[in-house]
Design a protein around this ligand. Structure first.
Ligand SMILES: NC(=O)c1ccc[n+]([C@@H]2O[C@H](COP(=O)([O-])OP(=O)(O)OC[C@H]3O[C@@H](n4cnc5c(N)ncnc54)[C@H](O)[C@@H]3O)[C@@H](O)[C@H]2O)c1
Ligand SMILES: [Zn+2]
Length: 351
């Protein structure tokens, strides 16, 4: 892992990418999109960058395609198109494309260079930065993967114009998380935004990336500090997995699931990390003001808790959480008594 992450901003950085690629003398250039970013972002990207790719690879959009089947098709396509160890892959898309494309690049011929051009807010402030690449294994999120920083990340808010509101709001959850785990002033600023529009959120991309980068550079392999980025994700991932694999249930986006996870874990923090009850309430009301409230029945809760047992952060069968002692003061490796889970769900559902 490098001691710097190469992140540049704006359309000017996209314009500069061709010269960067030329200087590296790649044997061939591939672009990975999903069907949405193919429709909304590819034309602009080719125009701004003047890059002429060897081939554009397309994967079906959506978390349900972040799996080995998609990887296999892409490896085969790369191979058929004559990609070699000196080829490069440009991932143009949301977190699914950057996570999966990164993994495909890291494993093809034992690893080729890749660049991330995040097009969703979530990928800009979170997924495309920090070197985690990977895919899901059945219902279990991000079980297979590699930590490898891309050669470069280029963040241009331009793409957000075509992103639907729900996806924008999903990315905003990670930004609120950055405030909660590291920066109370940032949390206080974000929570007062009244209209989650691309225009209103654009200016907060850089500060969020800065919070994430600071943590990742200090602890790239998640031995300690980096765990704080998992706040809300232990329960959030289990909720996301559960809803993803329950066809009769509403779909929950990553950020929507993590938003619920942060409320549940705020409650657990009042019991296990000394978070003030008033602060947990503030967190709950803030998330409830931005996100739809869903009803999680006791059967759903049981299934979600079953999924928790597969969390990668578990050690020797114990479920470890990142909680908060206060806003901006995370508490890592907290073991939570399981009987508190039902109380946490009741807290989330209460007014
Ligand atoms: N690697 C990490 O550190 C990390 C961190 C956070 C999240 N993630 C992963 O990121 C994924 C979630 O990312 P996401 O929310 O970007 O999901 P996503 O890639 O599925 O994108 C969301 C939707 O928006 C569409 N889209 C993307 N950009 C668009 C644009 N500009 N215009 C119109 N539509 C567009 C996509 O096609 C998709 O339908 C999850 O798989 C999660 O595990 C990874
Ligand atoms: Zn997340």
């Amino acid at each position: 892992m490098k001691d710097q992450i190469n992140i540049t901003y704006g359309l000017s950085a996209i314009k500069d990418l061709k010269a960067v690629l030329d200087s590296k003398q790649y044997s061939s250039v591939f672009i990975l999109v999903d069907n949405n970013t193919k429709k909304h972002c590819l034309k602009g990207f080719l125009e701004y960058s003047s890059i002429i790719p060897t081939a554009v690879l397309t994967m079906p959009a959506g978390e349900e395609n972040k799996n080995l089947t998609s990887c296999q098709s892409l490896w085969e396509e790369l191979s058929a198109e004559g990609a070699d160890r000196n080829s490069v892959l440009i991932n143009l898309g949301g977190g699914v494309v950057t996570d999966l494309g990164g993994f495909v690049a890291c494993t093809f011929k034992r690893g080729i260079d890749f660049y991330n051009i995040p097009t969703s807010l979530l990928a800009m402030v979170d997924a495309s930065v920090g070197g985690k690449t990977g895919i899901d294994l059945g219902a279990l999120k991000n079980q297979i993967g590699i930590i490898q920083e891309p050669q470069g990340v280029i963040i241009a808010a331009e793409w957000l114009k075509t992103l639907v509101h729900e996806e924008l709001r999903s990315g905003f959850a990670e930004m609120l998380k950055h405030g909660l785990i590291a920066n109370p002033d940032y949390w206080n600023t974000l929570k007062t935004i009244s209209d989650l529009s691309a225009h209103n959120l654009e200016g907060f991309i850089k500060p969020s990336v800065a919070e994430k980068t600071k943590v990742v550079l200090e602890d790239p392999y998640e031995k300690g500090l980096r765990k704080i980025l998992n706040f809300g994700h232990t329960l959030g991932h289990a909720i996301e997995s559960y809803y993803l694999t329950s066809p009769d249930k509403a779909r929950l986006l990553h950020g929507e699931a993590v938003a619920i996870g942060m409320v549940l874990e705020a409650y657990l923090a009042t019991k296990c990390s000394g978070l003030r009850a008033a602060t947990a309430n503030e967190i709950k009301h803030t998330f409830k003001s931005f996100y739809p409230i869903i009803t999680i029945s006791s059967e759903d809760q049981k299934a979600i808790i079953d999924l928790l047992r597969h969390d990668k952060k578990n050690k020797a069968g114990r479920i470890n959480f990142v909680l908060l002692k206060a806003i901006g003061k995370p508490d890592i490796d907290v073991e939570v008594p399981q009987e508190l889970f039902a109380e946490a769900f009741a807290f989330y559902q209460s007014a």
